[in-house]
Design a protein around this ligand. Structure first.
Ligand code: ADP
Ligand code: MG
Length: 232
């Protein structure tokens, strides 16, 4: 069970402009729950996912995981233990340019300490339609193919939580449906909770719950945006 309580992130833009304050009301994510984080560009989706993932420190408020502060004090958890807990499909995809697609997933598998990664990698790439692209480097692939590869990478380990930041942004409808089917099915198979940031109404419809982030209206002071999580 993951809870956020009145999270706030304050960004000070360079050049001395007024700070941007993003506020997020309470949200509880139950084990295996699947939630869309919905909002237009600039509403704070990436910031919220990064704070829940433990990559960005909130300015105030906090995240708890099974009642304990997450990610805890620096050094409390090894990088491997954190990576096993949370899988992330980053908006920038973060594939290593000098490695082939297969080697990228192999490196992730090694970091996670996956035994027998080879068949798991092949199966994941096959399921996102990339079985014939194993030896390609990221720059030899389309943006959509790279996006599908990043989703496959998140499927290598049964993470407790998968955070996917606009995982269908570069995809046509057919591939967007394929990726969402894959993400949802993989999360169900692995018993992972799934949080998908998106502004695509069709993606929102595929997920049973929704947490809304309204467009940012105020750039100064303490603008608080209200999030609601209707029941499934
Ligand atoms: P979204 O993912 O919904 O597009 P973001 O979380 O990326 O929203 O950004 C929300 C707001 O915070 C934007 O106005 C953005 O410019 C600002 N922001 C995000 N990251 C930073 C940063 N590192 N420094 C300054 N401002 C930032
Ligand atoms: Mg974003």
């Amino acid at each position: 069970m993951i809870r956020i309580e009145h999270l706030e992130k304050r960004y000070s833009p360079p050049g001395g402009d007024s700070p941007i304050v993003l506020g997020f009301d309470s949200l509880t994510i139950a084990p295996s729950q699947q939630v869309a984080v919905a909002g237009p560009s600039g509403s704070g989706k990436t910031t919220l996912l990064s704070m829940i993932g433990g990559f960005v420190e909130p300015s105030s408020g906090g995240v708890t995981w099974n009642g304990l502060p997450w990610p805890g004090k620096p050094g409390a958890l090894s990088a491997r233990a954190r990576a096993r807990r949370v899988g992330f499909v980053f908006q920038e995809l973060n594939l290593l340019p000098s490695l082939s697609l297969f080697e990228n997933l192999e490196a992730a598998g090694r970091f996670l300490g996956l035994p027998e990664a080879d068949p798991v990698i092949r199966r994941a790439l096959e399921r996102v339609g990339l079985a014939k692209r194993l030896r390609h480097k990221p720059d030899q692939l389309s943006r959509g193919e790279r996006q599908r590869a990043a989703v496959a990478r998140a499927a290598l380990y049964p993470h407790e939580l998968i955070l996917a930041d606009e995982p269908t942004a570069s995809l046509d409808r057919t591939n967007a449906d394929l990726v969402m089917d894959f993400l949802i099915g993989m999360a169900l198979d692995n018993g992972s909770a799934l949080l998908v940031a998106t502004h695509d109404p069709l993606v929102m419809e595929t997920l049973p719950c929704r947490f809304d982030l309204p467009a940012r209206r105020i750039a100064v002071g303490s603008a608080r945006r209200k999030g609601t999580l209707p029941g499934p």
